[in-house]
Structures are given as structure tokens and as C-alpha cells.
Design a protein around this ligand. Structure first.
Ligand code: HEM
Length: 417
């Protein structure tokens, strides 16, 4: 099967790598032909633009996620100078502080300690207990969308719904959600490889405001505890270990940011996939494929998170036959791994009933998505609600993508019912 598209035909590896420009709107709109061509050409290549070794295939990405010789950060073992990297830029200190104790910025032993404490309160049972609330939020927002007849899936449904769910889980007052959304949008720009200084200033300011807000929220929950997660994080204990205020602040913020953006983009990308594959949508509306099964394919086929990084912490690391030195950075292409024909049969096809839960969408190893049960619940409830109410839903405009590749999602998805 030729998935490489006409303009890629005949390009050698160097030509393909040249096209791998994470800021190119054409690539972002449809990265898959180039990803397929790169994946077939090589399992690993060096990206001069970002200074990273890039992995294209499922097995190497899955192994690397579990390889403890690599870490999400290196600062628990080495100084920036030892890794040939600049010292932290003090202009972005608030941003750095807001993720100082984020699970995504930690390696063992701190990661193990904090993840264990969070897992004690953020349990699959706590998530399952949230189902009626999640269903009520979906109903409320879908009622409003249905009444309009035409709506934007991203702004009118996915965003307010997903932020309402996560705020309810945490115990954040509903009236505060618009502010949280603004902070979250500003902060996640920092995770792109193409961030401008203006975006960094905005992200830093958002981080400072978000931390202040969360400190006040924790104090309030200590005065008036409830059953929600922030209260429980403030009191959780495991063999004498507890979370400090700074650790709770970072945890609340990472749960909100990591939880919200990826879920919104999965909903947008996934529904778009269904609108382009009517036969697959019909399988869901007719009850042939359960929404719980279909959400796995939504995440696999059009990954909302396309690229994750790791630092090489040890000498002697070799990936796909390529020696990668200590201090180097590795970028794993999740969207490419999830369409690797070595792992998935007919990977380019969107098959609602595929039912393969072992895709790479939620990662693997010690950083495996702690919110996966909640994300699956949110997507399932949404798909069930959308397919039941609006079986004839159709797109009314060609959707556009945010100009970002790492977190890849639609700016809007206009539909009519
Ligand atoms: C469809 C939606 C989601 C996707 C595709 C997704 C994907 C991921 C992936 C790939 C990772 C691993 C990152 C790495 O290995 O470097 C991750 C980690 C994480 N996710 Fe999710 N996620 C989703 C929803 C959520 C939700 C709803 C929450 C929280 C409520 C959440 C919270 C987290 C946290 C805290 C981590 C860090 C875990 C750690 O480092 O130990 N995610 N997610």
C-alpha cells in the first residue's frame, strides 16, 4: 500500500527527514503520509532542527518507554552543564516551579513516592463512582448542543464538558472553570518545540496565577474538607508519607492540564474520524460496536499526543541498532507507532470495532497515564451520548488544526445534527 502521497514519492531518507518540520501547517494537518514514509525508511533518525533522535516504530517506542536507562528528566542525576544544556532560564521560573513536583517531571524515588500517594486516592473505584456525574455533564452539554442544531464539537461540547468533569473530580468550584481553561491553554504551549517568547511569557504568568489559585484552594479545603480529590490529596498518608503543599499544587495542576487537553483533542480528532468514516459511525449508532470499544480506535488512529521525549541517562544505550549517547534526547512518535503495520493489521484503516487496547496512546512503563480510566470513561460517555442523540450528525465545514504537533487537535469541528 502506498501511503506516502505523491509529493513524497521518490524522496530518500534525507529528503523525508527534511520534510519533518513540526511547525509546518501542512504536516500538522495530515502528518500520517510522512510518518508512514519515515517509518518504512528507518526506525530511527536524527532531527537536526530539534537535536533529537526520533523513533518511528511501535516496538522501539514501547521498549523505550519501559527502559529505565532513559528518563523524562535528567536533573535528578545530572546538572545541565554535565548534559551540555543551558541553565534554567530564570524568566520562566514560575513555569518551572509549577511543574517541579509534577509526576511528568519526576523520576524514582520521588516519582514512586508521589505516584503511590496519588494512586491511593485517584483509584479506578473513585473514577467509576464518577460515572453518573460524567453522564450528567454530557447530557447537560449535549442538550444545549441539540437545541441549537448546529454547533462546534470542540468549543460547545468537548471543552466545557471535559473541564467540568476534571473540576468535579478535583472539587474545584464550577464558576472558576473558565479561568482554569485559560491557564491550561497558555501553559501547554510550553510543551511544543516551536514556542515563541510571547507564548512563554504568557505560560509563565498563567503558571504563577494557577499556583496562587491552587494554594488558596488547598487552604479552603483544609478548612472545609469534602470528598473530592484536592481534599483527599491534602490528607492522604501512606506508611507515614504525605504530600507537601508544593507537591499537591503541582499534582492538581498536572491532573487538570494533562487531563483536560488530551481528552478534548481525543474527542475532536476521534469524532472527526467517525464523520469521515460513515460506515464505522453506523456501527456505533446501530449498537454493533460498543462506545467503550470504539474509543480505543479513536485514540489509536489519530493520537491527540503525538510526541514524547526521554533523556538518555546511561552509557551504552542502543535503540534499533543505533547507539545513542548519554545526554542525548530521544523523541518517540506515538502517532506513527500507533500506525505501525508490524504491530497493527491494516493500521491506516479506522475500524471502530478493532478493540485493541494495547495501543501506545496512554504510554507505558512508570509514566503510564494515571488518568487513563477517567479518559476512557469520558470518551465512552461522550460517544454514547453523541451517537444516541445525533445519529445523522455531519460536518458543515472543513476543520482546522491548532498549529502544534506535540499536542495535536482541532481548533473547531462544526457540525449539524
Ligand atoms: C485521551 C486522553 C488522554 C491521553 C491520550 C493521555 C495520554 C498520556 C500519556 C501518553 C502519558 C505518558 C507520558 C509519558 O510517558 O511521557 C500520560 C501521562 C499522564 N496523564 Fe494522561 N492522557 C489522557 C488523559 C488524562 C487524564 C484524564 C488525566 C487526569 C485526570 C491524565 C493525567 C496524566 C498524568 C498525571 C500523567 C503523568 C503520569 C506519570 O508521569 O506518572 N491524563 N497521559
Amino acid at each position: 500500500m502506498d501511503t506516502t502521497g505523491l509529493d513524497l514519492a521518490g524522496l530518500d531518507l534525507a529528503g523525508l527527514v527534511e520534510r519533518f518540520d513540526l511547525g509546518d501547517p501542512g504536516f500538522i494537518a495530515d502528518p500520517y503520509p510522512l510518518l508512514a514514509a519515515l517509518r518504512e525508511a528507518t526506525p530511527v533518525f536524527f532531527n537536526e532542527r530539534t537535536g533529537q533522535w526520533v523513533l518511528t516504530r511501535f516496538a522501539d517506542v514501547a521498549d523505550t518507554l519501559r527502559d529505565r536507562r532513559l528518563g523524562r528528566v535528567y536533573t535528578h542525576r545530572f546538572t545541565p552543564a554535565e548534559f551540555g544544556r543551558p541553565e534554567p532560564d530564570l524568566r520562566w521560573k514560575d513555569f518551572d516551579d509549577h511543574e517541579r513536583w509534577s509526576l511528568l517531571q519526576l523520576e524514582p524515588p520521588d516519582h514512586t513516592r508521589i505516584r503511590q500517594l496519588i494512586t491511593k486516592v485517584f483509584t479506578p473505584r473513585a473514577v467509576a463512582a464518577l460515572r453518573p456525574t460524567v453522564e450528567a455533564f454530557a447530557d447537560e452539554h449535549l442538550d444545549a448542543c441539540g437545541a441549537r442544531g448546529a454547533f462546534d464539537v470542540v468549543a460547545d461540547y468537548a471543552q466545557p464538558y471535559s473541564v467540568a468533569v476534571i473540576c468535579s473530580l478535583l472539587g474545584v468550584p464550577r464558576a472558576d472553570t473558565p479561568r482554569l481553561l485559560d491557564w491550561s491553554h497558555a501553559i501547554v504551549k510550553m510543551y511544543e518545540l516551536t514556542t515563541t517568547d510571547d507564548q512563554k511569557v504568557a505560560a509563565n504568568r498563567a503558571a504563577a496565577e494557577f499556583m496562587d489559585y491552587t494554594r488558596a484552594l488547598i487552604a479552603e479545603k483544609r478548612r472545609r474538607p469534602d470528598e473530592a480529590l484536592v481534599s483527599r490529596l491534602a490528607t492522604v498518608e501512606d506508611g507515614g508519607a504525605t504530600l507537601s503543599d508544593a507537591e499537591i499544587v503541582c499534582t492538581v495542576i498536572v491532573l487538570l492540564n494533562a487531563g483536560h487537553e488530551a481528552t478534548v483533542n481525543s474527542l475532536g480528532n476521534g469524532l472527526r474520524a467517525f464523520l469521515r468514516h460513515r460506515d464505522q459511525w453506523d456501527q456505533v449508532t446501530s449498537g454493533t460496536v460498543a462506545p467503550r470499544v470504539a474509543v480505543e480506535e479513536m485514540i489509536r488512529w489519530d493520537a491527540p499526543l503525538q510526541l514524547f521525549e526521554r533523556w538518555v541517562l546511561e552509557d551504552g544505550v542502543e535503540i534499533a541498532g543505533q547507539a545513542i549517547p548519554r545526554g542525548a534526547e530521544v523523541a518517540m512518535l506515538f502517532g506513527s507507532a500507533n500506525r505501525d503495520p508490524r504491530r497493527f493489521r491494516e493500521p491506516e484503516r479506522f475500524l471502530a470495532g478493532r478493540g485493541d487496547t494495547a495501543h501506545i496512546g496512554f504510554g507505558g512503563g512508570i509514566h503510564f497515564c494515571i488518568g487513563a480510566p477517567l479518559a476512557r470513561l469520558e470518551l465512552e460517555v461522550s460517544l454514547a451520548g453523541l451517537s444516541r442523540r445525533f445519529p445523522g450528525i455531519e460536518a458543515t465545514a472543513e476543520p482546522a488544526y491548532h498549529p502544534t504537533f506535540v499536542i495535536r487537535g482541532l481548533t473547531e469541528l462544526r457540525v449539524r445534527t
